[in-house]
Design a protein around this ligand. Structure first.
Ligand code: SF4
Length: 708
């Protein structure tokens, strides 16, 4: 088949969609055109397999809408004019300087992504923190992983997923909290399924929908939206009441047990059942299964993170694992399944919420260390974190922020309450959109558009969900006149006086060397790695120090904490944290009687900037739809494949109805990939710890279109 396609060369790379981190080879023909993709057989992650998105990923290079040249205009109602890179970057630099001189340094904000290469994140961090000097710099990872980051920090003293995929092969019980692997992370699902077929351990799925993963579960817990913390407290209540906790582990590795034990007394199964909708006996059964398993693990995705209790939900999972002695053991762990291909890279190296290598702005010694390394005055850094992405848009509304640079993110489709986002963007004096595609919806509101190279048109590393650093080699040169994000950052830096004083290496491998220097002795130690070694090993899991490389350690560390765990709090212990539950969600009422839930489809990636143009992805899911329970639909006289208007307190959307038992009677579900659809309705209340918005818990009503 590959011969038919005329493949003359295969280039090793890593998938640029989800955080699974599949190793891919892209086949090019004699003209250098990418014509095929295949999985890499020897790769630990995917063992030769790819999902639908990976199989057709070679088509992203020349998909419709690729940006060829920078575009410029003075006002958003004017047409764009094509310009050269110098004109675009000169204009951008002068606008940044004008806005900062008039309104202060923080009046120009930057929102990045989880899809750049790590070397690019590091360089953007250097530019944002060390040259432009705005404290309002964050990433769209606030929409997906901020709660996981916050929860890990609160429990263990640092971010960083403790476990790995190989844990599936050692566990005896697995709870998936708000995670629909077959659609969101198909290859991780395949790994889990293989492990379950071999060892027959129970799979418990907590999800209000009967998702594809729930259909394979031994026990499905159709929880009331937003009440995971109640269930977690109730499980711990049963475990403690029945003496099933791991006392030795708790005493050796944790603090806060007495406070947690006192709090969970309030969550006996009878009380909890009324709040979370899971019957008492099932709560007891799951608690016993989990606590009695020699090793048990929990995974989670957006069902936990995208909630007003997202950070608490992560801490609740960690509490459960700590009281049962399930952190730092093969098969006994917490494992957040991240979203974007390099969501982890942005957490480790982007400086979005702090400084590179998991350093924080709040610690003077860490500010000084980075300032010295970059050759700038430490006083240039702010002393605490600025606004998160979800707080940047309200700050534009109030006039505190006047300029915004969006790098590979599309808030007109991805943010909650998009009507408000539209009005917000219109208020900006300068909006810069840097993206591989010129037709992303947010470009409508931009003054400057910068065409960026896409996945595998450049070189560098991604970190996957299990801390595995994978390499992407360059398959082909950037499309049209587009440039790699690294090149764009470097060229913009030279337009500022401070930028000319700091070293900005041109080659990704040189940037990687800088990161290695800064990683020595840190939790995120990558000093034993090189691009070549990562390629040879098909990925290496951090931490991986120089000493380990010299000792011949093969592929890094599968687990972050060992059984004699050194958690990152000063006393080396993890914290058990009491989680009182206060329901602050928008809940259904007489006027808006249904829950609205949102999520992903297997065919699409985020706002469809890529998959919306790839025939083999888009033809299976060409348009939005709404899942509705047939009984609820019958009561309202709504038929399958007819159109209805869905209305929330924020706005409305017209969608086609798909009748299915996947959703309960009191809920509808709409995928989030489509423009002008579900995010016209979402509310986006924020988690107080992580600032992540709740996308999955809000109230709507359905109207017949012919009512008008
Ligand atoms: Fe790419 Fe994720 Fe599919 Fe693997 S599972 S091929 S990383 S989209």
């Amino acid at each position: 088949k590959m011969a038919d396609k005329g493949v003359v060369k295969w280039t090793y790379t890593t998938c640029g969609y989800c955080s699974t981190g599949c190793s891919i080879e892209v086949g090019s023909n004699a003209e250098g055109k990418a014509v095929a993709t295949r999985g890499v057989g020897g790769a630990d992650v995917n063992r030769g397999k790819l999902c639908l998105k990976g199989i057709f990923e070679y088509q992203v290079f020349e998909a419709q809408g690729r940006g060829e040249q920078p575009l410029l205009r003075d006002a958003v109602h004017e047409p764009y004019r094509k310009v050269g890179w110098d004109a675009a970057l000169d204009k951008m630099a002068s606008e940044i300087e004008r806005i900062q001189a008039a309104y202060g340094r923080d009046a120009f904000a930057i929102v990045s992504t989880g899809q750049l290469l790590t070397e690019e994140f590091y360089t953007l961090g250097k530019l944002a923190r060390g040259v432009i000097g705005s404290n309002n710099y964050d990433g769209n990872t606030t929409l997906c992983m901020a709660s996981a980051v916050s929860g890990y920090k609160r429990s263990f003293g640092s971010d960083g997923p403790p476990g790995c995929y190989e844990d599936f092969e050692h566990t005896h019980c697995l709870i998936a909290w708000g995670s629909n692997l077959p659609e969101q992370h198909p290859i991780i699902y395949w790994r889990l399924k293989e492990a379950m077929e071999k060892r027959k351990f129970p799979l418990i799925v907590v999800d209000p929908r009967v998702t594809m993963l729930a259909q394979f579960a031994d026990i499905h817990l159709p929880i009331t939206p937003g009440t995971d913390v109640v269930l977690q407290n109730a499980l711990i209540h049963v475990i403690l009441a029945e003496g099933l906790e791991d006392r030795d582990y708790i005493e050796a590795n944790t603090t806060g047990f007495e406070e947690l034990a006192k709090e969970v007394q309030n969550y006996d199964p009878t009380t909890a059942s009324k709040l979370c909708g899971i019957d008492e006996d099932t709560i007891r059964t799951v608690a016993r299964l989990y606590a009695n398993a020699p090793r048990a693990m929990s995974i989670w995705t957006m069902g936990i993170n995208q909630s007003t209790h997202g950070s608490d939900g992560v801490v609740g999972i960690n509490n459960l694992n700590l009281v049962t002695g399930n952190i730092g053991k093969p098969g006994g762990t917490s494992l957040s399944i991240t979203g974007q291909c390099n969501a982890m890279g942005t957490r480790e190296w982007s400086s979005c919420s702090g400084l590179p290598g998991y350093r924080v702005l709040e610690k003077p010694e860490e500010r000084e260390e980075i300032a010295k390394f970059w050759g700038i005055d430490p006083e240039f850094f702010p002393k605490q974190r600025g606004l998160a992405e979800t707080d940047i848009f309200p700050a534009i509304e109030t006039g505190q922020i006047k300029g915004l640079w969006l790098v590979a993110t599309n808030p007109m489709t991805s943010m909650p309450n998009t009507a408000r986002i539209r009005k917000t963007l219109e208020k900006l004096e300068c909006l810069v959109v840097q993206d591989s595609y010129a037709d992303v919806e947010t470009t409508q509101y931009a003054h400057i558009y910068l065409p960026a190279a896409t996945w595998a048109e450049k070189e560098g590393v991604f970190t996957n969900t299990e801390r595995r650093v994978n390499l992407t080699r360059q398959v082909r040169k950037p499309y049209g006149d587009s440039k790699s994000d690294l090149q764009i950052f470097n060229e913009l830096a030279t337009r500022f006086e401070q930028g000319r004083k700091i070293k900005f290496p041109e080659q990704p491998s040189e940037v990687f060397e800088e990161m290695k220097q800064l990683s020595k002795g840190r939790l995120v130690d990558i000093s034993g790695m090189s691009h070549e070694l990562i390629e040879e090993k098909r990925g290496i899991q951090w931490p991986y120090s120089e000493q380990q490389a010299q000792q011949g350690v093969e592929k890094g560390n599968q687990r972050l904490y060992t059984e004699t765990a050194t958690f990152r709090y000063k006393d080396g212990r993890a914290k058990l944290i009491p989680l009182p539950f206060v329901n602050n969600n928008e809940v259904p009422d007489a006027e808006y009687p249904l829950w609205l839930n949102s999520g992903r489809l297997v065919e699409h990636w985020h706002t469809r900037t890529k998959t919306g143009k790839i025939g083999n992805n888009n033809k299976f899911s060409p348009m939005p739809f709404m899942e509705m329970n047939p009984d609820a639909a019958a009561e309202m006289n709504i038929r399958h494949q007819t159109y209805v208007r869905v209305v929330s307190r924020r706005g409305d959307a017209v969608v086609m109805v798909m009748l299915t038992q996947r959703v309960p009677r009191n809920m509808v579900f709409i995928p989030f990939h489509f423009f002008d659809c579900v995010n016209r309705l979402t509310l986006g209340l924020l988690d107080p710890h992580s600032r992540q918005p709740a996308f999955k818990q809000q109230a709507v009503r359905i109207e017949h279109i012919d009512q008008e």
